[in-house]
Design a protein around this ligand. Sequence first.
Ligand code: SF4
Ligand code: SF4
Length: 474
Amino acid sequence: MATTPKLDPPAGTATPDQALATARNAVATTTAESSRPLRDVVNYDLLLDCVHCGLCLEACPTYVLTRAEMDSPRGRIYLMKALAEGTLELDADAVRHLDLCLECRGCETACPSGVHYGKLIEQARVYVERNYRRGPIERVRNWAINSIFPYPARLRLLLAPLRIADRLGLRPLLRKLAPGALRDWLDLLPARDRGVEAQRRNYGVAGDSTAKAGAASNRAVAEAPCVVVHHGCVAQVLTDSENWNSEGALAAAGYRVARLERTVCCGALDLHNGNVERAREFARANVSEFKRRDADSIISAASGCAAVFAAYGDLLKDDPEFADDAREVSARVADLSSLMIARDYRFSREFRARVTYHDSCHLAHGLGVREGPRELLRSIPGVELIELAEADLCCGSAGSYNLTEPAMAGELVRRKADNIVATGADYVILGNPGCELQIAAELRRRGARIRVMHLADFLALADSSADATASPRL
Ligand code: SF4
Ligand code: SF4
């Protein structure tokens, strides 16, 4: 079990206890005078669901590390309420505590009162971005993230020099010369992985199997349920094997796999960063694409994207043109493991490996998928599943959080890696590319011989004979 490091309070902020006292007093005073919000910070009624019991605190990664109430879900709810009631100003302290939230939604799972914390923090971030002027460095950084990451062509262009450096074997030199923050960013970027590409060849179909099924006049396949895999934006550049191995697994399980004509960002980055209008634009584009394909199920290898698709119905509920279709999209969101289990997929080969499983936040807390991936892993002959301590505690990746909050993200991934190493597993399996990059970078840093793999890539490996006896690699 990992130790609990203490992070210093964010620079320039009041101590957590002072901030909490201010927020609590502000809420108490205002509630006594008036129960009406003065500012449109969040949906005020949602705040009232919180009974301040504190049962969510130990599920909150930032609280677990800082032990500061204002970095807990309850403290942030106090803060939002005080902002809404006009008794607390949106200053650097308040923004800092809101920024530090990972939006992992671990608190939603823990909350017995059904508080929709995810919606609250998304709304609060919209309010922050509209009403708070950040410093120049933050503004440039956020502009770069928001302008590049949702657009695969731009990201590929940005990474082109790094790919050339990798081909020339210059990554270690580059890393040595890079300043601290840039070095951390570099570490997150995987080198081109030939091993995973080999799995693709061995695994078979990856692509639009609808046409193939028609050409083969295979009625059983043609009448099978249709699934579309959304390839994501960052994921299609950095971890595309997860997409085509998801398609391959689904095709092997007897699904018709359809491809979208156009793939645009799901909008998760914008929702997390308070840019709800662009998130809605992306949502409309995706809803139109999904509607054109009319697949029975929609999946994404990135659980963060899948959770956003599942929220499209809510995101576009006031859009008369898209509301019905958006609800339909949300209803069709599924995950790889449940689809494989639904077809009673059987692995034909033995694959001897000790594996552990990390619950990616939006798969576990957003979509409620916990047991399916474990069941699927256990069904592979030869696989021994070892439970991971704090399996559903965030690894610190959280969209672009590891780029914007490297100190907290670093503490979280070190804690995660400690727990992973303690299992003695050969593989850690997960359901989100961001977690893969984050955890793999930390395990590489400490020289641990544990492979980090997305479930789809692991299924491809376990089902292929070529690499079945491969030893864990760095
Ligand atoms: S969010 Fe839920 S668990 Fe946390 S303090 Fe409020 S009611 Fe309690
Ligand atoms: S979303 Fe995660 S980090 Fe944010 S308050 Fe909830 S548990 Fe804590």
